[in-house]
Structure formats: C-alpha cells, structure tokens
Design a binder for this molecule. Structure first.
Ligand code: AR6
Length: 177
C-alpha cells in the first residue's frame, strides 16, 4: 500500500486560527454572513470582511468568490456556497464537487500554497458527512494531481468524528491506487 498523499492533511480545530494562504468559508448565496463556520469567520475577520462581501453581488451554489482575510491569520478567504441536502437527487454531489474545484481554482490563481477547507454543507445544509467526505477527498485529490498549486490542502474538522471519516476516506483512496 502506498502512503497517504502528503499534500493532503487532516486537522482538528477552528479554521479561523489557521495561518495559511487561504481558508474556505461555507457561505450562503448572499455572502453576507450566517451561522456555523461562516459566522465564526466573519467574527474573527472583523467588519471589513462584510464590507468587501457586500461588493461581490452574492455567489451561486457550487461557485466561489475570493476576499482578503483582514484580521484573520489567513491571507485570503474563499467563500463558496454548498448545496442544501435534499435527498441526493437534486444534483447535490456535482454542486458540492464544484465548490471544491472552484475554490481550488481561485486559490491557484492567487498562488496560494496552503489552503484549508471546512466540511462544506455538512452542518446547517445537512449533507450526509460520509458522502460529503468522499466528494471532498475525491475532488481535491484529482485537482492536486493535475496542478502544482496549492501544494498542500488541509481538511479542517471541527469534530474528531469528522476527522476520522476523512482519514478513512484517504486510506481507501490510496488502497485503490
Ligand atoms: N472551524 C472549522 N469547522 C467549523 C467551524 C470552525 N470554526 N465551525 C463550524 N464548523 P456549517 P453548511 C464545521 O453549518 O452546512 C451558515 O449559516 C461544522 O461542524 O457552518 O455549509 C451559512 O451562512 C460543519 O461540519 O456550513 C449558510 O447559511 C461544517 O463546518 C449555511 O450555514 C459546515 O457547517 C451553510 O451551511
């Protein structure tokens, strides 16, 4: 068995504390803040983040937009909008994969070497965690295998159980290779 891809890391903790090039925000289409990780990022970044978000005219589900990080230790915030889980028959998987791809494209365009993602859509938007994890790992791993930047992607998990799902999915991925 080959080793787990060293460019992908799993971290347990608060994404707002990470001193990386970009953190990804699980936002909503207004980009004007909310609860969960979105609320935490806006609180930590300060009101300048909301002011910049107001200039962006929202964001479509599956797309992403980039702002500065302001008072965060991260240089940029990439705001993406995950799908609300509606049973799986409404294109949720493709939309979630698109969130990861579009975020990575924006990160690469700004030459971000280290990017951290939360588990997009798995909170308020109720996407089943095991399915969301497979999509996150599969999409990120495909992207970095074709692109040199970002060099490292961190999956930042708020709970131990989520981190275990990521570790298991990473192992399954390397076993298939
Ligand atoms: N650091 C890392 N992960 C976190 C943090 C944090 N500080 N806080 C929460 N999580 P959610 P969604 C995890 O609900 O499902 C907002 O109101 C959390 O445990 O934040 O995409 C937006 O404005 C979960 O696993 O995002 C939208 O309206 C994951 O982040 C809506 O919620 C995502 O949970 C988006 O819902």
């Amino acid at each position: 068995m080959s080793e787990v891809d060293p460019r992908i890391r799993v971290h347990i903790g608060d994404i707002t504390k990470l001193p990386v090039d970009a953190i990804v925000n699980a936002a909503n289409t207004s980009l004007l803040g909310g609860g969960g990780v979105d609320g935490a990022i806006h609180r930590a970044a300060g009101p300048e983040l909301l002011a910049e978000c107001r200039t962006l005219n929202g964001c479509k589900v599956g797309d992403a937009k980039l702002t500065k990080g302001y008072r965060l230790p991260a240089r940029y915030v990439i705001h993406t909008v995950g799908p609300v889980w509606q049973g799986g028959g409404k294109g949720e998987a493709e939309l979630l994969a698109s969130c990861y791809r579009r975020s990575l494209e924006l990160a690469a365009a700004k030459d971000c070497q280290i990017v951290a993602f939360p588990a997009i859509s798995t909170g308020v938007y109720r996407y089943p965690k095991d399915r969301a994890t497979q999509i996150a790992i599969g999409t990120v791993s495909a992207f970095i295998s074709h692109n040199a930047v970002p060099e490292t992607v961190i999956f930042c998990c708020f709970e131990q159980r989520t981190a275990e799902l990521y570790q298991q999915a990473l192992l399954r991925l390397t076993e298939r290779e």
